[in-house]
Design a protein around this ligand. Structure first.
Ligand code: HEM
Length: 76
């Protein structure tokens, strides 16, 4: 699996290019096709970064990631 650094992930914030990626528990997901992540924002959360610690604010579990493609791992 490809490993990406935080600064590489930051390029997929939904602003600089059309792909929208988010990291959760070390795994990077491509959420580009989600209407709920259009332009990289989702209820005041921003794509292009590690959102592991922010999931606790969500009304849903990590199950929401199941249907999205894994694009790589986040470099630790
Ligand atoms: C105030 C915080 C948040 C709110 C109110 C919120 C709300 C929602 C709602 C209503 C949905 C669609 C229904 C559902 O699947 O339950 C959803 C989907 C989703 N959320 Fe959140 N969320 C929040 C935070 C987060 C965070 C921090 C993440 C990432 C760690 C996240 C990732 C996702 C993903 C990947 C989906 C699936 C999108 C889709 O199916 O198109 N959410 N969220």
């Amino acid at each position: 699996m490809t490993t990406y650094s935080k600064s590489q992930l930051a390029m997929y914030n939904g602003q600089d290019r059309k792909e929208v990626w988010i990291a959760y528990n070390g795994i990077i997901y491509d959420v580009s096709r989600s209407r709920l992540w259009r332009s990289g924002t989702h209820y005041e959360h921003w794509a292009g970064q590690d959102l592991t610690d922010e999931l606790k604010d969500a009304p849903h579990t990590e199950k929401v990631f199941d249907k999205f493609e894994v694009v790589g791992k986040l470099k630790t």
